[in-house]
Design a protein around this ligand. Structure first.
Ligand SMILES: [Ca+2]
Ligand SMILES: [Ca+2]
Ligand SMILES: [Ca+2]
Length: 251
């Protein structure tokens, strides 16, 4: 006889209760079928209890009077194999960084995504763009490391050097390379750091003085005043001559 374990009669199997009969002298094993029902539901394996009981006979039941039938679910697809552990992808957090010339330092960030298996690292190095190492910034070349299981972003500090020169904004190239420990590099392996100048543009030099005598037209007011004074002196002299002429002694 089949009775429910965790399986449900009719839903998971057809209830079965059969009588097995051996005639006198018959030693052949007997079989019977229990119909299994596919309910189309994804579920755990279920059980049906089988019990052998004595109906009418002269013989005795053996020790194995019960058994458990396990119905494995046929609806659930096999679980996908677990993905292989990933050691992660390392890359810069941005394509551009910026810092004022007087900032002192700028912080560059490296991220680890997509996995954290094992300890990994990658090399971050600076190189001259239009900025000059030692004059505008301090060259930096270091390995950024992540411990096993560590996905916290890491930072690298690049020193920025102040000066008093008025100049255009300058650039430093940042490059992430040489992944170790099974890590891979992401798309953002290079970036540009811009150092913005903070020095004022010098005042233009004073205009050169106008040449003496004037070149015509553009003479200043002082020149005109000198000319007027000269003219006045000339007129005064002529008037003096006219006054003195009639008083000359007659011949
Ligand atoms: Ca500079
Ligand atoms: Ca400066
Ligand atoms: Ca400067």
């Amino acid at each position: 006889m089949a009775s429910p374990g965790t399986a449900i009669a009719t839903t998971d199997y057809t209830p079965t209760d059969v009588t097995l009969e051996w005639r006198n002298g018959d030693l052949t094993p007997k079989t019977f079928n229990i119909p299994i029902v596919n309910d189309g539901t994804a579920e755990a394996a279920e059980t049906v209890n089988l019990t052998l009981s004595k109906n009418w006979c002269l013989g005795d039941l053996g020790a194995q009077g019960t058994a458990v039938l396990t119905i494995n679910d046929g609806a659930a697809p096999p679980p996908p194999p677990p993905p292989p552990p990933s050691n992660g992808t390392l890359q810069l957090s941005a394509a551009t960084y910026a810092a004022a010339e007087g900032a002192g330092t700028v912080t560059i960030t490296v991220t680890r995504t997509g996995g954290s298996a094992g300890a990994v690292s990658a090399r971050l190095a600076t190189s001259n763009g239009t900025a000059a190492e030692a004059a505008d910034y301090t060259a930096t070349d270091t390995f950024v490391t992540f411990a096993a299981g560590d996905t916290t972003a890491k930072t690298v500090t690049v020193p920025i050097l102040q000066d008093t020169t008025d100049e255009p904004d300058e650039t430093v190239n940042l490059t992430l390379s040489t992944p170790t420990g099974g890590a891979t590099l992401g798309a953002q392996t290079s970036a540009v750091l811009t150092i913005t100048d903070d020095d004022p543009t010098p005042a233009p030099p004073p205009a050169p003085p106008a040449p003496p005598g004037g070149g015509g037209g553009g003479g200043g007011g002082s020149t005109n005043a000198l000319m007027l004074l000269g003219l006045a002196a000339l007129l005064a002299a002529q008037r003096a001559r006219r006054v003195s002429s009639p008083s000359a002694p007659a011949r």
